[in-house]
Design a protein around this ligand. Structure first.
Ligand code: FAD
Length: 493
């Protein structure tokens, strides 16, 4: 990996061409901003990447202490064609680690006992996670009528209608906590899971839709996405299979590699405070108190969390138009990575982790069996478990101090996993605003973002509140924004 670092720096700087290069400010060096800046620079555009904190990566950060590896945010992500292409461009193929195949096993807690989530029809028949009545209800799913297509339905309402209450409580509720740290009654099915809604719309039921998908996957034309399906992959390159991955040294490998390739463009510790138009160009004022500088660009990409707009000085009409964007909710989450001597944990930890339904009334939203997922995350003879606390379910608990949090989480781990003794390692990260909530009515946010861009040529709004929260979504979105910015500055030039 290190031998190819020079290649990463080979990305053209954009200032060697004969004609004056167009200049773009990218604001926020999380994965979205890094990918946008990287993709623009590869196209020969002159980029300045502003980052408020002293490091790049945003939610992606890895800490190594005493032989333990702790992720502050994402622990793994699912690949797609844009992700695989980025990994190849950065020459990171040898650094990728795929999750242990045992990671297919996910546990859900019911009545204080871990139950493997059923992944096959046979497992569904025999699982103790659902009652006989709930299983019968799932079998009736093909008979349930389509919902009204104009309704923006909550996830809870959609699942209750199609699959019944118990599937909502013991399957969907814990999975939603795992992805959004969110509340199924508040989140919008159409905005959080557009492809599932599309299955119902196109095929009448989820069962029929899934069967059609399986048939298509087996047919020779399998790689073609259903035309016009929301969330259908944009890519045209052949893509073998999605992998659940991280990197040998953790997730930060990806953002460090992007940072290394962006040498000379990055302004760390440089929050953008003010944005306004000057003719067809954009003025960006950035820096710490008393040391701000002002520069003019052809285009600006805001790749920050949505609420950052509220703290910035903006032209009044832009502020008014973007108001619904500023109001997107981000509940708090604490991540707590705990290390134990292997002998002090009774459970085999043979899976991805455990998800905990709201009904179980526990402190934990869920926990990843981190040292089972990827090798070399702990010293020999130890295991690590990454716990998630708070979210929309229990926001106040995310804010508790480390000692109290460890105490509360240990109660759950002792009862659920047979943990004995004390942790030998604890790493706590508090995210005051963790993940954007795609709530019912989210179309107003998307419309406001679209209208803001349409009426402010050269301004782009990106980040995980726009096109999906996963790392893979953010990579794809960064690439797409770069395409749009390039088209704009080419037209304008
Ligand atoms: C606890 C947690 C666990 C997660 N787990 C997973 C997972 O397992 N798998 C997965 O795929 N996804 C996961 N996610 C989601 C995923 O990590 C995020 O959606 C994604 O990393 C967000 O990237 P981003 O670039 O859009 O935003 P961010 O990472 O939030 O980056 C935005 C950047 O903008 C900067 N900024 C803010 N204001 C300014 C300003 N005024 N000027 C300049 N810079 C500014 C910030 O400092 C930050 O660096 C998780 C997220 C969290 C929080």
């Amino acid at each position: 990996m290190r031998a190819v670092a020079e290649q990463r720096n080979d990305v053209p700087s954009g200032d060697t061409g004969a004609s004056a290069p167009r200049s773009v400010a990218v604001v926020g060096a999380g994965i979205t901003g890094l990918v946008t800046a990287y993709a623009l620079r590869r196209r020969g555009v002159q980029v300045t990447l502003y980052e408020a904190s002293r490091h790049t990566g945003g939610s992606i950060r890895t800490t190594h202490t005493d032989g333990f590896l702790a992720e502050h945010g994402p622990n793994s992500f699912v690949t797609s064609a844009p992700v695989e292409a980025l990994i190849a461009q950065l020459d990171l193929q040898d650094d990728v680690v795929e999750a242990n195949p045992d990671a297919n096993r996910r546990f859900v807690v019911r009545d204080g006992v871990l139950q493997a989530f059923p992944m096959t029809p046979t497992a569904m028949l025999t699982t103790r996670l659902f009652s006989l009545r709930a299983k019968m209800r799932v079998l009736l799913e093909p008979l349930v009528r389509r919902g009204a297509s104009a309704t923006d339905e909550s996830i809870a309402s959609f699942v209750r209608r199609r699959l019944g209450r118990e599937v909502l409580d013991y399957a969907v509720d814990p999975f939603i906590s795992g992805i959004f740290a969110g509340d199924t009654e508040a989140l919008s099915m159409a905005h959080a899971f557009p492809r599932v809604v599309e299955l119902e719309r196109a095929h009448g039921s989820l069962s029929a839709g899934l069967m059609a998908q399986r048939r298509r996957a087996k047919s020779p034309a399998a790689s073609a996405p259903e035309p016009g399906a929301p969330g259908a992959p944009q890519e045209t390159a052949p893509f073998a299979r999605a992998r659940l991955i991280s990197f040998v040294d953790g997730m930060q490998t990806l953002t460090d590699a992007l940072e290394a390739s962006l040498a000379g463009t990055l302004q760390l510790g440089c929050p953008v405070r003010l944005l306004h138009r000057d003719g067809s160009r954009w003025v960006v004022e950035a820096g710490e108190d008393g040391a701000t500088t002002s520069r003019t660009f052809d285009a600006v990409v805001m790749a920050t969390p949505a609420h950052v707009l509220a703290a910035m000085e903006l032209p009044a009409e832009l502020r008014a138009m973007a108001a619904p964007v500023e109001r997107v909710a981000y509940p708090p989450v604490s991540t707590l990575t705990l290390g134990f001597a292997r002998a002090d944990v009774a459970h085999a930890l043979d899976g991805f982790g455990m998800l905990i339904p709201s009904q179980e009334k526990r402190s934990l939203l869920g926990a990843l069996f981190t040292s089972s997922l990827f090798p070399d995350r702990t010293p020999d003879g130890h295991v690590s478990i990454t716990c998630f606390v708070g979210g929309a379910r229990l926001p106040e608990r995310a804010r508790e101090d480390t000692d109290l949090l460890v105490e509360r989480v240990l109660i759950d781990l002792r009862q659920l996993l047979g943990v004995r003794g004390e942790p030998v390692y604890a790493h706590h990260v508090y995210w005051p605003r963790a993940i954007p909530q795609y709530t019912v009515g989210y179309q107003a946010v998307k419309d406001a973002a679209d209208a803001t861009e349409a009426t402010n040529p050269g301004l782009y709004l990106g980040g995980n509140y726009r096109n999906g929260v996963s790392v893979g979504d953010c990579v794809a979105s960064g690439e797409q924004i770069a395409d749009r910015v390039e088209a704009y500055i080419t037209r304008a030039g």
